[in-house]
Design a protein around this ligand. Structure first.
Ligand SMILES: Cc1cc2nc3c(=O)[nH]c(=O)nc-3n(C[C@H](O)[C@H](O)[C@H](O)COP(=O)(O)OP(=O)(O)OC[C@H]3O[C@@H](n4cnc5c(N)ncnc54)[C@H](O)[C@@H]3O)c2cc1C
Length: 408
């Protein structure tokens, strides 16, 4: 409830990723005084950051400036790191400012990289969770490809991120003498996807210098090696860590989650203990667990914003109903998978669908008037065609391959 009835209710949003930004864009500035706080100055489109490894995307294509995007929507952006929440006083503390008060709070911190307690990850492996990090990996790969001695690259993690990283390395470096090893603690690649994908990905890699170490937990990372639990040491000039998402410690520091856990919420996305706090995106732990995915985060952001407004105006809240959307997993220019439940379609042309989702969401979040959005979308699509599509169509045979789809 607004503390001063004549004024607009203060809605504070913590985090400007998929969930936080979509929540902000759903709120009307004439009804709410919206402040979004993020330590980063950009919204980053994480599902496509693997494309920075091959250079088919540049950092600028994957980012939107939060200050301008929010200003256009009539909201305020504060660039700062959140350090705590006082749920009694209804204030948020940050590293550099005085406490910021709220009437409703939307928490959208996302996740952090899961290091799984493996020693040496922070010191000797390159993380894979932001535009800057993947851009740095891309530059390092390019340098390694230029040197005379064959380079050894180890990717730790055979989930979505690790497999997409491997695909991008093969897109740009399969002519080089680089040797890539993918290490996975579980028995198969992409354990959340249907089983057939594992064999399909490995078959695609057969012609190249790629090894798979499956069922092999990592014991520690050293400056020039990855040591496995069975004692073997894999030489590595570059170790890429794709550990998946883990809960940020801040959730439990703020009293929203048990130690080391995600924040439990009701179906309305309200924190179990604090009904004026909504938790959205990866940070939320719903009664029925949900995959930590960008499209769910977008929908949860919208739902949290609408429920915050309903709460502030004394109306009944609505339950979040996740929509079933297929997952698109790209594998460089070799193929792309569309996974829907137990079914999988594969074919390079599906890469265009993944690109279309990317373009559509970026255009939607850009909050520009349509006369500006439209030409910008056309420019982005043109650039995507030049970097992604045309280089892969080198002959009639490759065109046939592009248009071929198979059901796995
Ligand atoms: C490599 C990779 C590939 C992926 N591929 C896919 C895919 O193909 N399809 C798909 O649907 N999903 C994919 N995902 C998952 C998807 O990106 C996440 O589900 C989504 O980003 C979650 O959105 P969010 O808003 O909850 O968190 P995020 O997008 O992570 O945003 C969190 C925001 O909070 C900010 N923040 C955090 N802590 C603080 C703090 N203390 N103070 C201030 N600001 C803070 C961060 O700077 C960030 O901007 C992928 C993720 C990664 C990393």
């Amino acid at each position: 409830m607004p503390s001063r009835p004549s004024e607009r209710a203060r809605v504070v949003i913590l985090g400007g990723g998929f969930a936080g930004l979509s929540a902000a864009l759903e709120l009307r500035p004439d009804r709410h005084e919206v402040t979004l706080i993020d330590r980063n100055r950009w919204f980053e489109f994480l599902p496509n950051i693997h494309e920075l490894l091959s250079g088919v995307k540049t950092p600028e294509l994957l980012r939107l400036p939060l200050d301008r995007t929010l200003k256009r929507a009539g909201h305020r952006f504060v660039r700062d790191t959140v350090t705590g929440i006082d749920t009694e006083k209804r204030t948020v503390s940050t590293r550099r400012r005085d406490a910021i008060g709220y009437d409703a709070l939307i928490v959208a911190f996302g996740g952090v990289d899961a290091t799984r307690g493996v020693p040496g990850v922070a010191e000797h492996a390159m993380p894979f969770k932001s535009v800057d990090q993947c851009h740095r990996i891309g530059k390092r790969l390019a340098r390694l490809a230029e040197r005379r001695k064959p380079a050894q690259v180890v990717i730790v993690g055979g989930g979505l991120e690790g497999v997409e990283a491997l695909g991008e390395i093969l897109r740009s470096l399969r002519g080089s003498s680089m040797q890539v090893t993918l290490v996975e603690a579980r028995e198969r690649l992409l354990p959340e996807a249907p089983e057939t994908l594992d064999a399909h990905v490995r078959k695609l890699c057969e012609p190249y210098e790629v090894d798979f170490e499956m069922d092999c937990p990592v014991q520690r990372i050293e400056p020039k090696a990855v040591v496995l639990a069975d004692g073997r040491s894999l030489p590595s000039d570059l170790t890429i860590w794709t550990g998946g998402p883990a809960p940020p410690a801040l959730l439990s520091v703020c009293g929203l989650a048990p130690r080391g856990g995600w924040a439990p919420v009701d179906l309305t996305l309200q924190s179990k203990d604090h009904p004026d706090v909504f938790i959205t995106g990866d940070a939320a732990d719903l009664p029925t667990p949900l995959l930590k995915q960008g499209y769910h985060a977008l929908d949860m952001g919208v739902c949290a914003a609408r429920n915050a407004e309903r709460m502030l105006t004394g109306r009944e809240l609505a339950a979040f109903r996740p929509s079933a959307k297929p997952t698109l997993i790209s594998f460089g220019d070799l193929t792309c998978f569309l996974v829907s439940g137990k079914h999988t379609l594969a074919g390079p042309s599906l890469g265009a669908a993944k690109e279309a989702v990317f373009e559509l969401v970026m255009t939607q979040l850009d909050a520009q008037p349509w006369r500006i959005r439209l030409p910008r979308a056309v420019r982005r699509a043109d650039q995507a065609a030049r970097t992604l599509l045309w280089p892969t169509i080198s002959s009639l045979e490759s065109l046939r391959r592009q248009s071929h789809l198979s059901l796995l």
